[in-house]
Ligand binder design. Sequence first.
Ligand code: 13P
Length: 253
Amino acid sequence: MKKLVVFNWKMNPSSFQKAKKLFDFSLKQSRKLSAHLSVVIAPPFVYLEHFFYLLNSKFKKEKGISLAAQNVSFKNEGSFTGEISAKMLKDIGVSYVIVGHSERRYLFGENDSLIAEKIKRAWENKITPILCVGEKKRSSFSSAWSFVRKQIEKDLVFLKKREKNLVIAYEPVWSIGGNKPVDSLRASLMIEKIKSFLKERFHLLLPVLYGGSVDCQKIDDFLKYSQIDGFLVGSASLSLREIKCLLTKVDNF
Ligand code: 13P
């Protein structure tokens, strides 16, 4: 399976100038990659349209990078102040949307039924959802799996057997935003569990990524496991040195 690296910038950087520098650099790096690696960038909403035009000029269509939104409304249009719909995202060339990220679940109170609706809106508009799942606290493998399985069951209530537009990201919440990634063997076993569950239940073979404190140094451990189809990267995606190193390592593995 092709590897996928998703850069989730979260609410960074604070100016368009800095965002453009980061984007231009990532684009330059993506041009050097083989066809086995796809790069997705999830900037804040306000930068998306501009980046779309950078990727699709009159003279050239860039293939190396796709755009993701970090959130989407559960509605398609109407009186929903502050919301942005999947329809609008599709209209400005967005291909993916991150849904169910733990920061949205726990800081903004998003529950599984809302997440399921958001995923449905994404599918209706031909946008691929990147569904984030993961246990909240460090716990035994079996209790972590039971937590993750329930999340998947509830978040994917609208999943149909032939739906192929879906990426899952396993992000244990306690491993995000620091120097504490999950043990790579354990992450690979969890990813295998998620894949076999989706295969048994829906006859689907879907890409499953790992996310949580991934940087250029720690990625080596994860690359050893072929079950891991790629990475959802937060803070390291804001550093030019890390971007270059991460993409080179994943591509050369
Ligand atoms: P960090 O890579 O900063 O741990 O963030 C992970 C994440 O939340 C990506 O969505």
